[in-house]
Design a protein around this ligand. Sequence first.
Ligand SMILES: O=C(O)CCC(=O)C(=O)O
Length: 301
Amino acid sequence: MSSLAPASRAVRVALVQLGNVTADKSYNLQHARDMVLKAASGSAAGKPDLIVLPECFNSPYGVSYFPTYAEDIGYTPGEPYDVEKSESQSIKMLSSVAKEAGTWLIGGSVPEHDVATKKYYNTATVYSPNGELVAYHRKLHLFDIDIPGKIRFKESEVLTGGNALTHFDTEFGRFGLGICYDIRFPEMAMIAARNGCIAMIYPGAFNMTTGPLHWELLARARATDNQIYVAVCSPARDLTATYHAWGHSSLVDPMGLVISTTEVREDIIYGEIDPKKVEEARSAIPVTVQRRFDVYKNVAE
Ligand SMILES: O=C(O)CCC(=O)C(=O)O
């Protein structure tokens, strides 16, 4: 298990529960831009250091929409990425608004079309305060569920799952990134925590069936399991859309307490990710060093 990366102070976070995600992509991009700038103007506690947008913020959420809204991002992990030359208008907007806001930005997720391989992905990107694209996560676990009479959703009809875990470093510490259904896989958050991440951030969009059952439960479980912060950022609920998002964007602390949350409408919520609280939780209840990997070395066996 690696130790926590040194952090100078708590990170102020803003979660943007974006409303009005319409069929008009240009409008969606402009609205997301405006809301990031609004979030950056801060709360009574001050300007945030990190702003988060929800899953699929530039397009309606649904398998049939992905090909129409998908953009070619052309990112190769480990290689420098020139945003100016990007083919993706969403990436250009996110980079420029991160720079204008002067904050870290987790740009929710967007449908991606990798033109070279002809594959589609659900992809989240992260920007530094100078607009540099620093991390890129393709949803690893595709949202394929079928609850009879309630909801059937099969991302795999169009999308391909990513094949990498994503952690990124900031001056405040290391963060792990997942998208929505990824939160159901505890291994992902555990590996992030054991690699020194102080938080997992999940742009997401749960629904009216699994939202009330599992959204908060999973966020609190991943936080408690690993004694890290967990942020879940949803779109607002729109009953005129084909997919009704659960909303309830929330920030959970390393003891599993929901420290900031909202209801279903468009909103911006603020909270702090304090690395000292991670250390305090781990010293009070030391499960991170009590694990019996001598008994359960390989959980995939
Ligand atoms: O896991 C769930 O219940 C919802 C997941 C989801 O909405 C998603 O992955 O987009």
